[in-house]
Ligand binder design. Structure first.
Ligand SMILES: Cc1ncc(COP(=O)(O)O)c(C=O)c1O
Length: 441
C-alpha cells in the first residue's frame, strides 16, 4: 500500500529534536509544502515563515535554481569519497565562499552542520597551537548564554544551562566570559546597545587566572541568536579582538546564524568590521536545503598544519560527507541566488523598516524588551510567575493558528524571515504578533 505522507498514522517512532514531543503528538503541526515566503500545512493553510525555517532558508523556499542544481548533481555524480579524492563542485564552492568572506579568510573545511563546524573549529584551534610548538594551549573560552550546537565541544563552550546540565562533566579546561545582556541599561535599544563593551575585559581576568599560554581560543557568536538575540554592545567585539591578539589566542566567530546575509553583509565579521581567525558556518550556506557546514580560516591557521612529508595526511579530521557533491551543488546554486537577487543588500535595505515595525510593539501587553539587528528581531515577554517559557510557547501556538511562524526560546520570541521578505509580509508578521500578544494570558 502506498504510504500517505500527509497523514502519518503513528507519530510515536520519531523522537523529535528540541521539541515538546508529548504536546506535539497530541496536536501535531505538519508542514507538507513550501514556496518562497510560505509554508503549507497538512490542513492546506498558508503560514508566513517568520523564521526562515530555522534561521536557514535565507532565499525563501523551493527556489528552482537550487532544486534543479541538486537534481542535476544527484544524477551526474551522486557521491565521491571525501578522503583522498576530490570532485569539482567542492573546490568551486570553497572559492565562492572565500570570494564573499572577509579579507584574510582563505580556506574552507566542510562539515554537515553547525554543530560539526564548531567541533571542527575547536579542534583546529588546539591543533594549530600544537603544530606551532605551543601544545600547552588547550583551554577553550566560551560565553554564558552562547549556543554552539549540541556536540560535546559545543555544549562545553556553550552557556545555555538546559543544553548542558543533563550531560555530565563535558570537556575539561573550559571557561566562560559573561554574557552581554544588560536589560537594565539597554532595554528597547534599536540595533547595537551602548553599554557593555567593558564585559570583554573579563577576558583579561580569565587570561590572568589561567595564563595565556594555556588558552587556545575564544569562541563567541558575534550576535547570539538561539539564546534569544543578544547583540554585541558597541566596541565589545573590537575589544575581544584586541585582547585575543595581544595574548596569541585565536578568535572564533560562530556565524552559523549570522553567516550568508542575515545582517545585511555576507558575514557578521564584515557587518561589525571585526575579523576573527576562524569562522563557523552552516544553515544559509545551502539555504537549509541540504545539510552542509563550512569552517573558514585564515592562511595562518591552515598553513600551520601544512608540514611533514607530503604523502602524509596533515589533519586527522573529516566527515564521510565533507563537501558531498549534492550539498556542494546546492551551496553553489544558493550563493548564486543570493548574488543574482542581491539578497544581502536587500536585507540591509529592509533592516530599518524591520526595526521600526518590531519596535512598534513597545507598549504591547507582556513585552519587556525588543532587540534587532539586520533581519533578526526578538520580543521578550514577562514570564508567567512560576511557569517560565509558557507564555511565549502559548504565543507560538496562537501565532501558528493565525498563520505566522515564529520561534521561542524561554520567554523570548525570535524572528528571522527569509531575506526575500516584502514590507507587506513584515506588516502581517508584526500585526499578527500584536494581535496574539493582546489576547494572551
Ligand atoms: C551559533 C550556532 N552555532 C551552532 C549551531 C548548531 O547548528 P546545527 O543545528 O546545524 O548543528 C547553531 C544552530 O542554531 C547556532 O545558532
Amino acid at each position: 500500500m502506498a504510504l500517505d505522507r500527509k497523514t502519518p498514522n503513528d507519530l510515536n517512532a520519531f523522537w523529535m529534536p528540541f521539541t515538546a514531543n508529548r504536546q506535539f503528538k497530541k496536536a501535531p503541526r505538519m508542514f507538507v509544502g513550501a514556496k518562497d515566503m510560505h509554508y503549507t500545512t497538512a490542513e492546506g493553510r498558508q503560514v508566513l515563515d517568520g523564521t526562515a525555517g530555522l534561521w536557514c532558508c535565507n532565499a525563501g523556499h523551493c527556489r528552482p535554481k537550487i532544486s534543479e542544481a541538486i537534481a542535476r548533481q544527484a544524477a551526474e555524480l551522486d557521491y565521491a569519497p571525501a578522503f583522498q579524492m576530490g570532485h569539482p563542485a567542492a573546490f568551486e564552492l570553497a572559492n565562492r565562499i572565500i570570494e564573499i568572506a572577509p579579507e584574510g579568510m582563505e580556506h574552507v573545511f566542510y562539515t554537515n552542520s553547525g554543530s560539526e563546524s564548531v567541533e571542527t573549529a575547536l579542534k583546529l584551534a588546539i591543533g594549530y597551537h600544537r603544530a606551532r610548538g605551543e601544545g600547552s594551549r588547550t583551554r577553550l573560552i566560551g560565553r554564558e548564554r552562547g549556543y554552539h550546537g549540541v556536540n560535546f565541544g559545543g555544549i562545553s563552550v556553550g552557556g545555555i544551562v538546559t543544553n548542558r546540565k543533563m550531560f555530565g562533566t563535558l570537556l575539561a579546561g573550559v571557561d566562560h566570559l559573561p554574557h552581554t545582556h544588560l536589560p537594565a541599561q539597554n532595554a528597547f535599544t534599536k540595533g547595537q546597545p551602548e553599554h557593555g563593551a567593558h564585559l570583554a575585559d573579563e577576558l583579561e581576568r580569565i587570561v590572568a587566572l589561567h595564563g595565556a599560554d594555556t588558552i587556545a581560543a575564544v569562541i563567541v557568536e558575534p550576535m547570539s541568536g538561539s539564546t534569544g538575540v543578544l547583540l554585541p554592545p558597541k566596541g565589545y567585539l573590537e575589544k575581544l579582538r584586541a585582547i585575543t591578539k595581544k595574548h596569541g589566542i585565536l578568535l572564533i566567530f560562530d556565524e552559523v546564524i549570522t553567516g550568508y546575509g542575515r545582517l545585511g553583509a555576507p558575514f557578521a565579521a564584515q557587518h561589525y568590521g571585526v575579523t576573527p581567525d576562524i569562522m563557523t558556518t552552516a544553515k544559509g550556506l545551502t539555504n537549509g536545503v541540504i545539510p552542509m557546514g563550512a569552517v573558514i580560516t585564515t592562511a595562518e591557521v591552515h598553513d600551520a598544519f601544512m608540514q611533514g612529508p607530503e604523502h602524509m595526511i596533515e589533519l586527522f579530521h573529516g566527515y564521510t560527507y565533507s563537501g558531498n557533491p549534492v550539498a556542494a551543488a546546492a551551496g553553489i546554486a544558493t550563493l548564486e541566488t543570493y548574488k543574482e537577487e542581491g539578497l544581502f543588500e536587500r536585507a540591509a535595505e529592509l533592516a530599518p523598516y524591520w526595526q521600526e515595525a518590531l519596535h512598534s510593539l513597545k507598549g504591547t501587553r507582556h513585552v519587556i524588551d525588543i532587540r534587532n539587528e539586520g533581519l533578526i528581531g526578538a520580543v521578550e515577554l514577562e514570564p508567567i510567575a512560576g511557569t517560565p517559557a509558557k507564555r511565549a510557547f502559548d504565543a507560538f501556538l496562537k501565532a501558528y493558528e493565525k498563520g505566522i511562524l515564529i520561534r521561542t526560546t524561554g520567554d523570548i520570541i525570535a524572528m528571522s524571515p527569509p531575506l526575500i521578505i516584502e514590507k507587506a509580509h513584515i506588516d502581517q508578521l508584526i500585526g499578527t504578533l500584536k494581535e496574539v500578544l493582546d489576547t494572551l494570558e
